[in-house]
Design a protein around this ligand. Sequence first.
Ligand code: NAI
Length: 480
Amino acid sequence: MVKICCIGAGYVGGPTMAVIALKCPDVEVAVVDISVPRINAWNSDQLPIYEPGLDDVVKQCRGKNLFFSTDVEKHVREADIVFVSVNTPTKTRGLGAGKAADLTYWESAARMIADVSVSDKIVVEKSTVPVKTAEAIEKILTHNSKGIKFQILSNPEFLAEGTAIKDLFNPDRVLIGGRETPEGFKAVQTLKDVYAHWVPEGQIITTNLWSAELSKLAANAFLAQRISSVNAMSALCEATGADVTQVSYAVGTDSRIGPKFLNSSVGFGGSCFQKDILNLVYICECNGLPEVAEYWKQVIKINDYQKSRFVNRVVSSMFNSVSKKKIAVLGFAFKKDTGDTRETPAIDVCKGLLEDKALLSIYDPQVTEDQIQRDLSMNKFDWDHPLHLQPMSPTTVKQVSVTWDAYEATKDAHGICIMTEWDEFKNLDFQKIFDNMQKPAFVFDGRNIMNLQKLREIGFIVYSIGKPLDDWLKDMPAVA
Ligand code: NAI
């Protein structure tokens, strides 16, 4: 029986390994992590991450051929294939701070693999890493290997949170990069055989190591670039009276462009896009390609611009001040169907409103109060460094309350900001909400999910990204 061990039981390691275990009953899979609470949660009825369909997959395999454990060394020692799916955050200090990937967690995992191994292994980069990382990992492994042979593969993960299980069951493609040597080809084939249990052969792409590593950064950069492109258009739509939904539709029906990833919003979030683009920018700079670096940097700049434009719109619409006004924030996760708040645009929007002394009442069906308070009091990029969590700032806590009900959050509010496209927000009784709010009552739809006409008929003043502006908003100071 092939034994797989995955280091890192997070959003990627957990679901990916659960699906491998389900689809490959002849493979034993152990997912290990240094975080005891995380592993305890994977072994309980309350999994540490919310992902539709995940509970079911885990229940079917856990205890049979899927195990979660903190005994990292034992499972690594016994494995034939070791996936490494640990955090690769943005560096917060030193050389490349604010851009380069921090490979501390990866390096310590690689050193541990070298230390505890007593047999040959395939080591798989599952985390998203800078191109050429495999070279560094190889050096760490071979310099400590006591004659043991390691083959490094790059097998980046393309799942999207919220649809992880669906994506893993039916991936557009699986990408495996390896050394172009007989041993490298053999290792690629071994991993290919695992995926071939359920992924059609034609959808398993094999490349050299560097192409696989770079393809993941490139894919995320392209996806984020589409969002920034449509968001840039949304600003122009508001200035001209065009409707961004109509523009996106007209553009996306061109088969060369395609309709996906063309929804305008308050901006992209999630743990990957910004981190991976910053990393790409840094790699370009290090390789003497400042023009290429500048091109990709613009994707992040537009994303930041979109968030601050939204905050400015809220403040300017409400007579240029939200000081002491209650603003209900509906949704905090970076997208629907996940409880993940990493780099969610809601953080920057809330921080912007708090700057202007707003009182925030936040509701998200999947995010806890603790998480929200932590997110709002953490410094940029600290979230992905679990060992260096920043203390909470008491000032922020005072201005923020978290509720478990949208009606409670909006009661007596002056305005509502919709930050996540949760389906339940579309079905709220907005007449009831309007009746319980201060007047004039505002809705700022950061996800373009509301029926604007209906809201206007009720009496709301409505702003929705990239849509023609209400007269009220046109009369307010211009938003930069
Ligand atoms: P995560 O933070 O949810 O999970 C990482 C886990 O690794 C944590 O539980 C942490 O305790 C553990 N860990 C760190 N160092 C360790 C060590 N030395 N030994 C054992 N465990 C250790 O992160 P997530 O979201 O799963 O991401 C992992 C990697 O996958 C990142 O490189 C990310 O860029 C990439 N990725 C993430 C995607 C996503 O949607 N979240 C999608 C595709 C790739």
